[in-house]
Design a binder for this molecule. Structure first.
Ligand code: 6R9
Length: 657
């Protein structure tokens, strides 16, 4: 299909400013289909969450008190006892033991594995015994540094089973980042792999772990999963093979009754400067919100759906919506090891077609990449099994939303744009697909039981039709309890901006005339140009709205005249050239879409934008480039080599001006 036609089609759809009602059939069978769910939850959020905790989880002992708030600290389900691994596995065995928990799709063809709940339970029990055998018990921290293989959820659930908080570090992080996180958490054991596969290459996980472990005084043992078969040095007395330990381990292991408020895990937030923050999540509250949102937002039918969250388990999205949410709800998930373009750019669609995926959850940046690659890739495949699509991670521009709905969802599927953070643990602002009328680009409304608002600098509600900061006015069960060994920083970062009763996520947000929430991105990405507040995202959205633009990143660079000046980094769709004429055209286009005040001062064309491994554009780095600063650490980048190219171009342009 010619791309020109696609663009015209999308353009036409955008012009309509369409809203999307839940399809009648979808609504009729939806888990959440009655609007009274909002009223009920808002009348008494604590009672509503307690109802969710009862309905979605199995407790060994019910709590004595559902909630306590000693601002800014809070606890949920105090005195309640449960175990996360029991909720994910044991309780499903009688009725659903033979159901597939994971369809593991390796990057290389030919070895797809279907793992039932019973098998997963057995492996988790064995590995829990392995950990015990290495002296790990309740409260000990376990580091995990792995690729997307079934042993990763096994390791996490084994930790949960014995009450040892896991500290997963994304496999794309460097040895230095890994060391810093292991030391900050004081991990006793590290679980890793010989190597992981990515685009046909291997990532030397064990070699990185070895480098990290040169200076991790608390780590006593390293357990290594064999994946690539590469020859890796095993240090006598420290390193052990996973498969050897598993062979001798018993498959019998009781799940440890944990307190609702016991730490389930710690995960470092995706902050890119300064010390990483160890976000602490609990057992009862976290699992409640994750299970509830997963069930309602994705409308999970555990006996029918094939659900695929295409994130990496190394990020919070993977923790909550590949591991804990889907398993708590006894759902069948796809677990995919590799990249979207390996062996070709239709890999996702091959997987959807082959496994009849019904629900797909991915990031806007991935969708924009698919757009860049063109509709011929999805068009080659039968995607009619899909009934619901989701996005997370950053604001989705309406063009990408429409494209996703039209070319992936066949114009049939609702799209749920879900706003949340590592810190909130689970989805906070989102449509409910059987209830909400969708507006492309808006995450719509707070989830039931989430009390959110948009406020101005002084903390006063801005009201409809205005923009400000999104805030959460009542703790939800899944939210972080603290930052590990940095409680002061917790209070200061999240509970100080508007007093100790208001959670500050640091995201800008507009409330439209109908009360819809439009998340605008981090407030640290908001520019101030001649006293006008302009979201980098708004300008980006205007740029990608231009027919020749594939992707854009915008930063506010210091400017002696206007305070900040708008600098845009732009990648073009195939076949277009970055000429001076085009620069003028794009500036005009932005002026047309937003207003002259939003016109970028400079536009720099580049083949790629620097991205973190979770796919977020590194605006901070682009800001450094735009302001001519020395560049800091780029090891967390997916594509570090593009930075130098961009830097040179930016320097050239500055010379011209
Ligand atoms: C889950 C996750 C959190 C930040 C958050 C916000 C941005 C996430 C979004 C979104 C607009 C959405 N964000 N989802 N912005 N619309 N649907 O991504 O966690 O990595 O901690 O990032 O991501 O800026 O503050 P995390």
């Amino acid at each position: 299909m010619p791309e020109r036609e696609v663009e015209q089609h999308i353009e036409a759809l955008l012009q309509e400013r369409r809203t999307f009602e839940p399809p009648a059939e979808f609504r009729a069978q939806a888990n959440a289909r009655d609007e009274s769910i909002y009223e009920e939850a808002n009348k008494d959020p604590v009672a509503w969450w307690a109802g969710q905790a009862r309905e979605r989880l199995t407790w060994f002992k019910e709590w004595d008190r559902d909630f306590n708030w000693d601002p800014p600290h809070y606890q949920w389900f105090i005195g309640g006892k449960l175990n996360a691994s029991y909720n994910c596995l044991d309780r499903h065995l009688d009725e659903h033991g033979d159901r597939i928990a994971y369809i593991w799709v390796p990057e290389l063809d030919g070895e797809t594995k279907r793992i039932t709940y019973r098998q997963l339970h057995e492996d988790v029990c064995r590995f829990a015994n392995v950990l015990k055998g290495q002296g790990i018990g309740k409260g000990d921290k376990v580091g995990i540094y792995m690729g997307m293989v079934p042993e990763l959820p096994v390791a996490m659930l084994a930790c949960a089973r014995i009450g040892a908080p896991h500290v997963v570090v994304f496999g794309g992080f460097s040895a230095d980042s890994l060391r810093e996180r292991m030391n900050q958490a004081g991990c006793k054991v590290m679980i890793t792999m010989d190597g992981g596969y990515r685009r046909g290459n291997t990532i030397p996980l064990k070699a990185n772990a070895d480098e990290a472990m040169q200076d991790t005084p608390t780590i006593e043992r390293c357990i290594v999963v064999r994946r690539t078969g590469d020859d890796v040095p095993m240090q006598q007395g420290r390193d052990l093979w996973y498969h050897e330990l598993m062979q001798d381990a018993s498959a019998d292991c009781e799940a440890e009754p944990m307190d609702a408020e016991d730490m389930l895990y710690m995960l470092h937030s995706s902050g890119t400067t300064g010390k990483p923050k160890g976000v602490v999540h609990t057992t009862g509250g976290y699992l409640t919100q994750v299970a509830s949102t997963h069930y309602n937002v994705f409308d999970i039918k555990p006996d029918r759906d094939i659900y695929w969250c295409a994130a990496d388990i190394g990020w919070v999205t993977g923790h909550s919506y590949i591991v804990y949410g889907p398993l708590t709800n006894a759902c069948t998930s796809v677990l995919y090891e590799g990249a979207p373009d390996y062996p070709d750019k239709d890999r996702f669609w091959t997987i959807v077609e082959e496994h009849k995926v019904t629900i797909l959850y991915t990031a806007p940046t991935t969708i924009r990449t698919f757009m860049k690659w063109g509709v011929d890739y999805p068009k080659k495949h039968d995607l009619s099994s899909l009934r619901l699509l989701g996005t997370v991670g950053e604001p989705i521009n309406p063009e990408a939303w429409i494209w996703y709905q039209e070319y992936i969802g066949g114009g049939r599927t609702p799209v749920v744009d879900t706003w949340w953070q590592t810190e909130t643990g689970a989805i906070m602002i989102t449509p409910l697909p059987g209830i909400t009328t969708l507006k492309p680009g808006s995450a719509t409304f707070p989830y039931p039981g989430v009390i959110a608002d948009v406020v101005d600098d002084a903390g006063n509600p801005v009201g409809r039709g205005k923009a400000g900061y999104v805030v959460i006015k009542h703790p939800t069960p899944g939210m972080l309890r603290t930052l590990y060994e940095a409680d002061d920083r917790y209070v200061e970062t999240y509970w100080s901006r508007f007093g100790d009763r208001v959670y500050f996520p640091a995201d800008g947000c507009k409330l439209d005339e109908d009360g819809y929430f439009w998340l605008l991105g981090r407030v640290d990405d908001v520019m101030n140009v001649s006293g006008h507040r302009i979201s980098t995202y708004e300008v980006e959205s205007a740029l990608v709205d231009h027919e020749k633009v594939a992707e854009a990143a915008v930063v506010g660079a210091q400017d002696p005249d206007t305070g900040q000046a708008i600098i845009a980094f732009v990648t073009l769709k195939g076949g277009n050239e970055g000429t001076e004429e085009l620069i003028a055209e794009l500036r005009e286009h932005v002026a047309k879409v937003i207003g002259k005040l939003a016109r970028p001062k400079s536009i720099i064309f580049t083949d790629e934008l620097p991205k973190t491994r979770s796919g977020k554009i590194m605006r901070r780095l682009l800001k450094d480039v735009a302001e001519g600063r020395q560049l800091g650490d780029v090891t967390t980048l997916q594509n570090a080599d593009v930075v130098e190219e961009i830097r040179q171009k930016a320097t050239l342009r500055a010379g011209e001006e």
